[in-house]
Design a binder for this molecule. Structure first.
Ligand code: IPM
Ligand code: MN
Length: 374
């Protein structure tokens, strides 16, 4: 069997802590399913600036295209908030996405039944919520030129530009995904105001004609933001440009109860990039309180979309659900005042459940209940 080589970029803040647990899960899946991996670590973000004076150092740049997939923690550090753009951690991440050409960012948002009461929304709105955000990732305002501050600094410009080809390829990803799901794409734009959005809507509509089995509707971004919390069950696949997707995916995290739970996969023609959607959270870094579930769920996406290994991917996802059903909670998803597991303990708990069948894994409460019924 092929040995898969994964470039691991822990990055900044809580990145290294959650990535350690992601690696533990990957190794557990490798053991249970007999998949050989090599994991090699490289710096990015503020860690890249510290190691090599560059948020996307040359050695990291070379490594990411060589491997089968890239696993990333998070970038961002307040000490570089005032640094020039080429030294900012976020510039390293944007350069990485551009180099890999990962234009389609998949952000699945599915509510865990065990955590329905952890969201500020009412439980009856949340049960069965399962949205896939497909966010365009290598175009739009994040990359458009010209950009920058005017001399003197009293004005600034960014450019929103998309070509029909860029819209078409990400739209295809959304329609293909909808076919594997509930057959519904909602495309987000601001076509009542922006020319780019008019091109977006026309192009998505044209692509949709190749998918007559998929229902397509269009929402303005402001309406989409409202609908996402008012009636999240209305969504199956949510297709967005880069900036709208960034904003709506943080909003969607409120549905599941914590930003710390959500994974993402960024796909293009070459190796995929896999990262949890939470940031570097410098305020809680190094304290063993961060939730590693987003990073571990990212491992499932890496196995499924990066390496084509569906069964181990499902086993990782099952282990996360089982741990939650057994009552395992990190601080962000625990009841106020209730005891919580640290990052590492949660990671160990989940790793221990990977590939374990459901009957072997019932928790003490369930076991007692069973004994009483026997
Ligand atoms: C995300 C993050 C990044 C983004 C930042 C860190 C550049 O917020 O992945 O959602 O805006 O894409
Ligand atoms: Mn974001």
């Amino acid at each position: 069997m092929k040995t898969y080589s994964i470039a691991v970029l822990p990055g900044d803040g809580i990145g290294p802590e959650v990535i350690a647990e992601a690696e533990r899960a990957l190794e557990a899946a490798g053991d249970r399913f007999g998949i050989p991996f090599t994991l090699q670590r490289f710096p990015i973000g503020a860690a890249g600036v510290a190691a090599a004076g560059d948020p996307f150092p040359e050695a990291t740049r070379a490594a990411v295209t060589r491997g089968d997939a890239v696993l990333l923690g998070a970038v961002g550090d307040p000490s570089l908030d005032q640094a020039p753009r080429h030294l900012r951690p976020e510039s390293g991440l944007l350069a990485l996405r551009a180099q890999l050409g990962v234009y389609a960012n998949l952000r699945p948002v599915a509510v865990f039944p065990a955590l329905v009461d952890r969201s500020p929304l009412k439980a009856d709105r949340l049960e069965g919520v399962d949205v896939l955000i497909v966010r365009e990732l290598t175009g739009g305002l994040y990359y458009g030129e010209p950009r920058g501050r005017d001399a003197g600094g009293a004005a600034a410009v960014n450019t929103l530009r998309y070509t029909a080809a860029e819209i078409k390829r990400v739209a295809r990803v959304a329609f293909e995904a909808a076919r594997q799901r509930r057959g519904h794409v909602t495309s987000v734009d601001k076509a009542n105001v922006l020319e780019v959005s008019q091109l977006w809507r026309e192009t998505v509509t044209r692509v949709g004609q190749d998918y007559p089995d998929v229902r397509l509707d269009h929402l303005y971004v402001d309406t989409a933001a409202m609908r996402l919390v008012a009636d999240p069950k209305a969504f199956d696949v949510l297709l967005t440009e880069n900036m709208f997707g960034d904003i709506l995916s943080d909003e969607a995290a409120v549905l599941v109860g914590s930003l710390g739970l959500l994974p993402s996969a960024s796909l293009g023609e070459g190796p995929g990039l896999f990262e949890p959607i939470h940031g570097s959270a410098p305020d809680i870094a190094g304290r063993d309180v961060a939730n590693p579930i987003g990073a571990i769920a990212t491992v499932a996406l890496l196995l499924r979309h990066g390496l084509g290994l569906a069964e181990p991917a499902a086993a990782v996802e099952r282990a996360i659900s089982l741990a939650l059903e057994q009552g395992a909670r990190t601080r962000d998803i625990a009841e106020p005042g209730a005891p919580a597991l640290g990052t590492r303990a949660m990671g160990e708990r989940i790793a221990g459940l990977i590939g374990v069948s459901h009957t072997e894994s019932v928790g003490p409460a369930e076991r007692n209940a069973k004994a009483q019924h026997a």
